[in-house]
Ligand binder design. Structure first.
Ligand code: AMP
Ligand code: GLY
Length: 421
């Protein structure tokens, strides 16, 4: 089978890496891909957002399946567009992808169907939002979220009224996050450890993957600005089997049922960002896709053929297959360009990748490219994800750091407390 993966980050490298191990996949393409992906797939210079370009490539090259990995193309209906043209595509349709693309939509869905999440209100008028913040029951920190997609950065945890007011004005009146911030959600601040559960679903059956946890802040001890994710590990230290049962009953199945009741068939990967609060697990957010960097520590643990799972989801026969996992924990450290997520310089030669790849360690590429001499250079904010297995989680963390220590380029930055904080 000829498969085209859409996207070009560390997550897509992990997806391509796993698909390349499938007996069913004879040719693998990735649009646009990256330096590391180019070693295992043919990179296609078409933007992930170019529906027509992707369709033309798929038709001209007789692609059997397109896997749409990032949120942006999902939110503009890439899957609907390809399917309408008769191309098999993996990922939720535009209506289903709204669970990530609009927090107003996802919060409304949870409220209507009684799925546990933080209490909230939505606003398009900053004066009304500020009036709401001034009601007597408001506590701090307050949580203010842009409605739409904002590269994982549209959430402000405001420690006091001044910060909360500023966040509301910035988003609604100041155009921060553009159209994504024109409507805001103000919600209750929840406490407790976080855990992430990704699941495959064909709209009927839901199959949770092994749990994980990511680290969103740029610096150690969860300080600094929010990023796309600085590292992840699997399994979560807090997500017990009992909690998994509770989540299945109160969150996972009800979400799929709620979408169905709204006339939406969700097919693809659904991401549950959970907070394990003293009052039970609650949804922090949904994403309509594999997480990045969670995928880089989850897919290495998958024993089953990923292509077969994708095919079963598309053909709505997920209940007929079994999915097996490696018991060994896994950890992924993200190595970023110095200054990320604000300003950073590109084009530095990266050394030590091959050396790091020894000893059960996999190096997934995100923002890398090749220079004229064929050397890997940093080309983006998050550059590499260094993933390792261990017999225990602590051993996986230690090995991932050992691998990371072998890699270097000018200004390389990584957190030293992944899996430990
Ligand atoms: P999100 O992009 O919605 O996942 O939010 C980013 C991060 O902000 C989450 O991973 C949480 O750490 C934090 N966060 C979001 N919503 C809340 C909330 N209601 N209470 C406490 N923390 C939150
Ligand atoms: N790591 C968080 C995300 O993929 O949104």
């Amino acid at each position: 089978m000829k498969v085209l993966v859409i996207g070009g980050g560390g997550r897509e490298h992990a997806i391509c890496w796993k698909l390349s191990q499938s007996d069913k996949v004879t040719e693998l393409f990735c649009a646009p891909g990256n330096g590391g992906i180019s070693k295992i797939a043919t990179c296609v210079p078409v933007s992930a957002m170019d529906k027509e370009g992707i369709l033309n490539f798929a038709v001209a090259n007789k692609i059997d399946m397109v896997m749409v990995a990032p949120d942006d193309p999902l939110s503009i209906g890439m899957v609907d567009y390809l399917e309408a043209a008769g191309i098999k595509a993996f990922g939720p349709c535009q209506a289903a992808a709204k669970i990530e693309a609009s927090k107003v939509f996802s919060k409304g869905l949870m409220k209507k169907y009684g799925i546990p999440t933080a209490e909230y209100e939505t606003f398009t008028d900053s004066a009304k939002a500020i009036e709401y913040l001034h009601r007597p029951s408001q506590t701090f920190p307050a949580v203010i979220k842009a409605d739409g997609l904002a590269l994982g950065k549209g959430v402000i945890i405001a420690k006091d009224m001044a910060e909360a007011e500023e966040a509301v004005k910035d988003m609604i009146d100041g155009g921060r996050f553009g159209a994504s911030g024109a409507e805001v959600v103000i919600e209750e601040f929840m406490t407790g450890p976080e855990a992430t559960v990704l699941a495959f679903t064909d709209g009927e059956t839901i199959y949770p993957m092994v749990s994980s946890q990511d680290h969103k802040r740029a610096y150690d001890n969860d300080e600094g600005p929010n990023t796309g994710g600085m590292g992840a590990f699997s399994p979560s230290r807090n997500y017990t089997e009992d909690l998994a049962d509770v989540c299945m009953k109160t969150i996972f199945k009800p979400t799929i049922e709620a979408l169905k009741a709204e006339g939406i068939k969700y097919k693809g990967v659904i991401y549950f960002g959970l907070m394990l609060t003293p009052n039970g697990p609650k949804v922090v957010e949904y994403n309509s896709r594999f997480g990045d960097p969670e995928t880089q520590c989850i897919l290495p643990r998958l024993k089953t053929d990923l292509y077969e799972i994708f095919d079963a989801v598309i053909e709505e026969r997920l209940s007929e297959i079994t999915i097996e996992w490696d018991e060994r924990p896994c950890c992924c450290i993200v190595a970023a360009s110095g200054g990320y997520p604000v300003d950073y310089k590109k084009g530095y030669v990266i050394s030590g990748i091959e050396d790091a790849e020894k000893e059960d360690t996999i190096v997934f590429h995100a923002g890398t490219g090749l220079d004229e001499d064929g050397n890997f250079v940093n080309k983006g904010g998050r550059v590499l994800g260094i993933t390792a297995f261990g017999t225990t989680l602590d051993e996986a963390i230690e090995k991932a750091y050992k691998g990371t220590g072998k890699i270097s380029w000018t200004d390389m930055h990584y957190r030293k407390d992944i899996g430990r904080a």
